[in-house]
Design a protein around this ligand. Structure first.
Ligand SMILES: Cc1cc2nc3c(=O)[nH]c(=O)nc-3n(C[C@H](O)[C@H](O)[C@H](O)COP(=O)(O)OP(=O)(O)OC[C@H]3O[C@@H](n4cnc5c(N)ncnc54)[C@H](O)[C@@H]3O)c2cc1C
Length: 397
């Protein structure tokens, strides 16, 4: 038997023995594990599953074992994913630490920082939030004004961030700060990490049009950040910031099989059958049939392209700026899906507490409203098109 066949057999046996039965179903929203000090365990088996997977390093299968990872090769990682899908196992942990910060730390942090932060991320002990956008600086991120002054052995951080997802639930923040206000704007930025559990940090929730409040405005009023929490070189934070954005855009587009887009897994044809009706085994309305076929074809082409790029990335060829293509297309496609859902459901979808589908807990109307933010978060569609034009196609300014 080849080494990989042995690995598959052992993985299957381990999952069979260690994945609790209730973890072999898709996760209701209130059971999704984001980790961190404020995590509550509605289903205690979620904790058991996380601990068992983390113990093996399988919350981050490809990270080196010294940082809490599984040290798996590309092929082993693929087998693990296949075997987990085979039993419909949930992801034990979803986390900005895994998807965004961790890969940036692996590339840019010192050995001490990696040994300190990465195992905590792998075990889901610390939940992270992202302090990038500011009230006047979203698309023009490099103009950010939150200031960090050198005070000897620490930086004194003052300013405000906005749209900080889950700032009120996060333990730590990775944050862009201005450390040289005289330098050209991209050259005076640094990347720092600090604890949100500090009285000098306060958050104020902002409500989305869908009714949820997943993000906050975040204020820093004389926060002391030890210099050991600077990642990379002083004033070189923009390089790290850009790389992390590529990881974020991959996350949002869904490369790697995560569920960050939050799109409904419900198929459009099931909705059509229920709301538009069937005629001789087909969806009754030919226009709806056409629209669904078009959507499914585009979806399929997108999934295949992402899968190819994901394989290349795992094999060591970084996705880089291609992430902007996936972020752009994936989020626009997700928005179109919700438009179609509403069209088909008609008046029955119209309402705050109207009909919904099994994998989501809020009405389709509210999900449709939430999907509008997909093409804003992580950089707007217009900004992705700019990146594609400049950095992928090499078009002149
Ligand atoms: C749900 C959600 C979660 C978020 N989470 C976080 C988070 O955790 N952390 C964080 O730091 N930020 C977060 N953000 C902020 C997000 O990154 C910004 O909203 C986004 O980058 C756009 O910035 P802005 O809102 O300031 O819009 P603006 O930059 O003011 O843009 C306004 C409009 O102008 C267009 N525009 C601007 N510049 C250009 C240009 N050069 N060319 C063409 N068009 C342009 C934009 O596309 C947009 O349509 C989140 C946003 C949302 C909606």
């Amino acid at each position: 038997m080849s080494d990989l066949a042995v690995f598959r057999e052992q993985t299957r046996a381990w999952l069979e023995e260690n994945c609790p039965t209730s973890m072999r179903t898709s996760s209701p929203e209130n059971e999704v594990v984001w980790g961190g000090r404020k995590q509550t365990w509605i289903n205690p088996e979620s904790k058991l599953w996380l601990d068992r997977m983390a113990e093996r390093g399988w919350t981050v299968p490809r990270w080196p074992t010294e940082y809490g990872g599984g040290g798996l090769t590309l092929d082993e990682d693929k087998i693990l994913t296949e075997e987990m899908r085979h039993i419909n196992a949930r992801l034990p942990l979803q986390s900005f630490g895994i998807w965004m910060l961790g890969p940036a730390l692996l590339e840019f942090a010192s050995q001490e920082q990696k040994l300190h932060y990465l195992p905590e991320i792998a075990r889901g002990e610390i939940r992270w939030c992202q302090g990038y956008s500011e009230p006047e600086y979203g698309s023009d991120l490099a103009g950010l004004q939150t200031k960090a002054e050198d005070m000897g052995d620490y930086y004194l951080v003052n300013g405000a961030k906005i749209w900080t997802s889950y700032a009120d639930e996060a333990d730590w923040i990775f944050c862009l700060v201005r450390t040289d206000s005289k330098a050209p704007k991209h050259e005076g930025i640094s990347f720092v990490l600090f604890n949100m559990d500090d009285p000098a940090v306060t958050t104020s929730p902002i409500q989305l049009i869908s009714g949820a409040s997943p993000f906050c405005q975040t204020f820093f009023d004389n926060v002391k950040v030890p210099k050991t929490q600077l990642v990379g070189e002083l004033n070189n934070g923009w390089t790290i910031a850009k790389r992390l954005l590529q990881h974020e855009r991959q996350m949002i587009s869904g490369i790697g099989g995560n569920t960050a887009l939050g799109g409904s897994g419900t198929q459009l044809e099931d909705i059509a059958k229920q709301y538009v009706g069937e005629e001789r085994g087909r969806i009754a309305d030919p226009a709806v049939r056409n629209a669904i076929t078009e959507h499914r074809l585009n979806d399929r082409a997108f999934q295949l392209t992402m899968a190819r790029s994901g394989e290349e990335a795992k094999a060591g060829k970084a996705v880089g700026n291609l992430a902007s293509i996936f972020k752009f297309y994936g989020t626009e496609q997700n928005k179109r899906k919700y438009e179609r859902m509403l069209e088909m459901m008609g008046t029955q979808a119209m309402g705050w507490t109207g009909d919904t589908f099994s994998d989501r807990e809020i009405s389709t109307t509210r999900q449709w409203l939430r999907s509008k933010a997909n093409s804003i978060e992580g950089g707007t569609s217009e900004v992705q098109l700019n990146v594609i034009a400049k950095r992928v196609l090499g078009l002149p300014d």
